[in-house]
Design a binder for this molecule. Structure first.
Ligand SMILES: C[S@@+](CC[C@H](N)C(=O)[O-])C[C@H]1O[C@@H](n2cnc3c(N)ncnc32)[C@H](O)[C@@H]1O
Length: 266
């Protein structure tokens, strides 16, 4: 039997009030406690209107002038959430975007709550990536796509497919390994550009993308040459899209096994 106390992690979408699911909103309205991790004040205020006990997790990040590892911040956030679950409360955590996409606190909290015998689940939300395909008019199914966290892409042996779209998340902290800084440098971005030049020419057009967080705003869609990335203005909400640099090429071996001729594919 499950213990009393539960956890539901929901996404608020990228844009104020309009991208949350009906189900997520109803969980927020009926929760005993709502923890929030949203990047701007409007969404925070809106959530406060939905529930009388809304607590922001932002305070666990480093304060101005403080050096604090983000892993410590995340662990403290998880502890704060679990305390209320263990107090027998029905807890909802509202994260911007999709609660489990490039977001570890939701996964850690759900895992821990389940291990300790509590009911815990995640509801999906509209992520930055979902907005990107919509705003740019791209169907990622056309040639496929890959997504990486930018620093992880740099630190490990990932191989992008230049026939597919490539998304690099957290480009604004690319190459930052200490987990204490919230920005990158043109030197680190230059290393990334040189790495990417194994697959993409220097003049390949890439897109700096920022979904709008308010209905009155427009998304940022800025096309630049890959070589100009080190001087580009990047923030904590910038995602880098690298479109394909090569057309799809047929897999003749598989086509022949299937008895299909390349011309049959149109
Ligand atoms: C910690 S992840 C959170 C992602 C979020 N959970 C989601 O579902 O989109 C932060 C990264 O998401 C992307 N991101 C966040 N806000 C964005 C926005 N408004 N537009 C484009 N990308 C965004 C950026 O790559 C940013 O560095």
């Amino acid at each position: 039997m499950k213990r009393q106390g539960s956890l539901v992690c929901v996404g608020t979408g990228m844009q104020l009030a309009g991208q949350i699911t009906i189900l997520a909103k109803s969980y927020i309205e009926s929760a005993d406690v709502v923890f929030t991790l949203v990047p701007e004040a409007y969404t925070e205020r809106w959530l406060e209107k939905l529930n009388g006990d809304v607590r922001s997790l932002q305070g666990y990040y480093a304060k101005a002038g403080e050096i604090k590892n983000r892993r410590d911040s995340y662990a403290q956030m998880v502890d704060a959430i679990l305390i209320e679950v263990k107090n027998g409360k029905d807890v909802v955590c509202a994260f911007y975007g999709h609660p489990g996409v490039f977001a570890c606190v939701s996964h850690l909290a759900i895992e821990q709550a389940k291990e300790e015998g509590y009911s815990a689940q995640m509801l999906p939300g509209v992520s930055a990536e979902a907005c990107l395909w919509a705003d740019l008019g791209i169907d990622p199914g056309t040639g496929g796509h890959q997504s990486f966290e930018a620093s992880q892409f740099m630190f490990y042996q990932h191989t992008p497919d230049p026939c597919a779209h490539l998304l690099l998340w957290q480009i604004g902290i690319a190459g930052e390994h200490t987990l204490t800084q919230f920005s990158t440098s043109s030197e680190k971005l230059q290393v990334l550009v040189e790495q990417l030049q194994q697959w993409y020419p220097a003049e390949h057009q890439v897109v700096l993308y920022e979904a709008a967080s308010l209905p009155t705003q427009s998304p940022r869609i800025e096309r630049i040459n890959l070589a100009d990335l080190p001087e580009a203005a990047l923030s904590g909400i910038t995602t880098l899209l690298i479109p394909p640099s090569k057309p799809l090429s047929h897999n003749d071996e598989i086509l022949s096994k299937l008895g299909i001729s390349a011309t049959d594919l149109g």
